[in-house]
Design a protein around this ligand. Structure first.
Ligand code: NCD
Ligand code: ZN
Length: 401
């Protein structure tokens, strides 16, 4: 089966070209000015085509919390949002902290319509499992309490985890960034560390100090970029997540980090909870986001706040590089045909009713955004086409080490 995507507007090294993309056997076979023959032709109508987004931080809640989300609903939301690969977090029930739980999650994820990978959770005493875990994106370390009880607070244990794992994702909150940087430098640990959802200027500065610059990467979320603590006043629990929304000053510092490239990736921290759960006095922290990341960023592009090459770097290329995901993140011959066609002029409001996430709400409900995904292609298969979804199963990603 071959597919020709005609009239694709592409950014190649900051220049714009209109090309045709030939897809064969799920891979990008050719990017060309010519019109090779193919079994099927789709006209992109001069719309921009980007590599599908790689969302390195989602909570798809399976197993155990599937009333909030599962791999099918989560991946449908992803596909609608132009996300073609997700990396799932371990705070499920049971948590992904043993080989058996990882294998179980692998089976469950087979229903996903976007490609997927897994972060493996660290605990006080699972170093043996960490060593044995195969084909994982990274080891996730929580040093604070959060949904699911995965807190590790003993610095000796943290040191051993950082020493064992080639790449550890740290839930960056409160003192975690400082503590981890101190442990790395004091013990001369050279393994890499990725700080998830960095939300303040202070943390960003601390994470990007010179002495550890080459082993540390930084992730920010759309909600810390597009909201600040003033939004809690209007949205209440629906704008409460970990880490919490910060000041306008911090928000500006994150945007500056995007500009000066101290921020490496944008990931949604898609953490759905039901409306009813959020309405309780003791509500859980977290908000959905996998399907609004790209429209928010395209809207920001239309307001001259971010460029398309920056979006591509932050959401596709850098996640692929940091997590060493094979054949993804780039529109290049030989790479997997994971791509998204975006209509930069499409104006549409985010509407709770339109959302595909099982929780069916978004803090951006009612917000009109300009720039949306109109078609998403995963492994050469169209899975999202103008509001229509196709249930075609995707694959687990592989990593090059
Ligand atoms: C996450 C969740 O709900 O799973 N919540 C959040 O606010 N980010 C947990 C987490 O990653 O801290
Ligand atoms: Zn998270």
């Amino acid at each position: 089966m071959s597919l020709l995507l005609k009239n694709c507007r592409l950014c190649i090294k900051d220049k714009v070209f209109v090309k045709n993309i030939l897809i064969r056997k799920g891979k990008i076979a050719k990017i060309t000015g010519k019109e090779p023959k193919a079994d099927k032709v789709i006209d992109a109508r001069n719309n921009f085509v980007l590599p599908g987004l790689i969302d390195a931080h989602v909570h798809f809640r399976e197993p155990g919390l599937t009333h909030k989300e599962d791999f099918l609903t989560g991946s449908m939301a992803a596909a609608k949002g132009g996300v073609t690969t997700i990396l799932d977090m371990p705070n499920t029930l049971p948590p992904t902290i043993t080989i058996a739980a990882l294998e179980e999650k692998r089976k469950l994820a087979a229903k996903s319509i976007v490609n997927y990978g897994f972060h493996f959770g660290a605990t006080q005493d699972n170093l043996e499992d960490i060593r044995k875990a195969k084909n994982i994106a990274a080891v996730k370390l929580y040093m604070d309490y959060t949904t699911g009880d995965l807190k590790v607070s003993d610095f000796e244990v943290i040191k051993d985890i950082l020493k064992t794992s080639k790449l550890t994702v740290i839930h960056a909150e409160d003192g975690s960034v400082k503590n981890v940087v101190d442990i790395l430098t004091k013990n001369k640990i050279k393994n890499r560390v990725h700080f998830a959802h960095v939300s303040s200027q202070k943390e960003l500065n601390y994470a990007k100090q010179n002495k550890i610059k080459n082993q540390v990467t930084v992730e920010v979320t759309p909600h810390h970029l597009f909201m600040n603590q003033n939004d809690i006043q209007t949205l209440g629990a629906f704008a409460e997540m970990k880490p919490r929304l910060k000041t306008e000053h911090d928000q500006k510092a994150l945007w500056l980090g995007i500009k000066n490239e101290t921020v490496d990736i944008i990931a949604s921290d898609h953490a759905p909870h039901l409306k009813e759960e959020k309405e309780q006095a003791n509500y859980p922290f977290g908000i959905p986001g996998v399907e609004t990341t790209l429209p928010l960023l395209l809207d920001a592009f239309n307001k001259n706040i971010i460029t398309l090459p920056q979006i591509t770097k932050l959401c596709c290329e850098n996640p692929a590089k940091i997590f060493r995901i094979k054949n993804k993140g780039f529109l290049k011959e030989g790479c997997d045909a994971d791509l998204v066609i975006v209509d930069l002029y499409k104006r549409q409001a985010v509407r709770n009713d339109d959302l595909l996430t099982k929780c069916k709400w978004s803090p951006y409900d009612g917000k009109i955004l300009k720039g949306w995904a109109v078609m998403t292609i995963v492994n050469g298969n169209v899975v999202y086409d103008n509001e229509e979804l196709l249930d075609l199963k995707a694959k687990e990603v592989q990593y090059g080490r």
